[in-house]
Write a protein that binds this ligand. Sequence first.
Ligand code: 5AD
Ligand code: SF4
Length: 475
Amino acid sequence: MKIEEKTIDESIQGEATMVESKTDNGKKLYLESYGCQMNFSDSEIVASILSDNGFSTTRNVDEADVILMNTCSIRENAEQRVRNKLSQHNKRKKLNPGLVIGILGCMAERLKKDLLEQEKLVDLVAGPDAYRDLPALIEEVESGQKAVNVLLSREETYADISPVRLGKGGVTAFISIMRGCDNMCSFCVVPFTRGRERSRDPESIVAEAQDLFDKGYREVTLLGQNVDSYRWNISKKGEIQNPDKPVVTFAMLMEMVAKVNPKLRVRFSTSHPKDMTDDVLKVMAKYNNICKYIHLPIQSGNTEILKKMNRGYTTEWYMDRIKAIRTIVPEAFISTDIITGFCGETEEQHQDTLKLMEEVGYEFSYMFFYSERPKTLAERKFEDDIPLETKKRRLNEVQELQFKMSAEANKKTVGKVYEVLIEGVSKRSDEELFGRNSQNLTIIFPKDNYKPGEYVNVLVEDCTSATAIGTVVKD
Ligand code: 5AD
Ligand code: SF4
């Protein structure tokens, strides 16, 4: 059985969104998001900024005055998808010559003016730290110029902007707690496209969580490229910046958000094995409403490859972190990210990845074959020498193993009762609802009179490799 290549992210690909503006300027915006959860969260900031400036959004591209695509550069195929879509949007200019087409996010930052000048696919380019400038950039295009702002910032966290929630359902929401990444994994383009790491004011994060709870939301996911290196009022070297103010680490922040309300679930993504502390795990164990699920990307099960990837840990270190999770939060489900066919990866090194996967027994994985990205350390230092067929064959092996392990893990849930937060109507049938348990497993059950946002206890009776199926048990 083959599992489709998919990121956390790609589940929300190309979603168009709709918002009413506060002071209508008569212009309609079509906003499309690709890529990671962070991009989706950024689109909510973009929607907020533009709605404050009179734009209302539409899900009908044909009535748009402005089309903005929030894009991803993580792998080549992600960029190719966006280019195809941009060509389609450009055809609309024949019918509507005043149409403004803009590109946001990582591709905008990576390609800068190229998309305007060489490829001639867009009128406007705005990088991830330039969204406050969007109203001015759109005006510039309307006055007949091309507009670009790809300045990266060391401070911008959009902390004061109240995101317009674009997700469906009104039950779960993302909260960005930091931006950028300082890790420089050798395969990764993110440090170049999202700039230096910076943390957001914890007070604004807690206030956002409280506001979401008051509006009926019941789950927040704290987002960052590396949440374990969240820090407020303390430098990387450990120097306190303002002695009158408290220092806040990720463990402390998570506790602050968990205390907002016991009925508000807290999730987080993404943890980094080199930085994940026992303190974080202890806070997870202490609060019922912090979900027992950790996404801990390994990337490769071989220390030599990890070194070439500049990940900052060995497989022994990683396994020690797994042991800590199993000891402190024994009921947690663990997922990972894996890249197959990285530069110079031998067959033995690939086997090491399969062995490590089995040793951990991941409940879930996001799996990719290596895609060389321009300007990254790997592109400059190593040869992308593994043939595509080999990369794909190894990916297939990793996927097959994961598929088997996921099916086994889900089978173990049969006969158990889990608390499920209801998120909406199941895709399978209007008569069924779906939600997730604390461990992030999707569970489907008959609708009765239950509603999204409610918690129910569900007895799991059956499962597939991706979901569990059950019935609600009444107390
Ligand atoms: N090629 C393949 N996969 C990549 N990822 C990041 N960069 C690349 C690349 N160049 C994967 C990593 C990361 C996830 C978000 O995407 O596994 O954890
Ligand atoms: Fe990329 Fe590594 Fe930063 Fe993740 S931690 S965004 S893989 S550089």
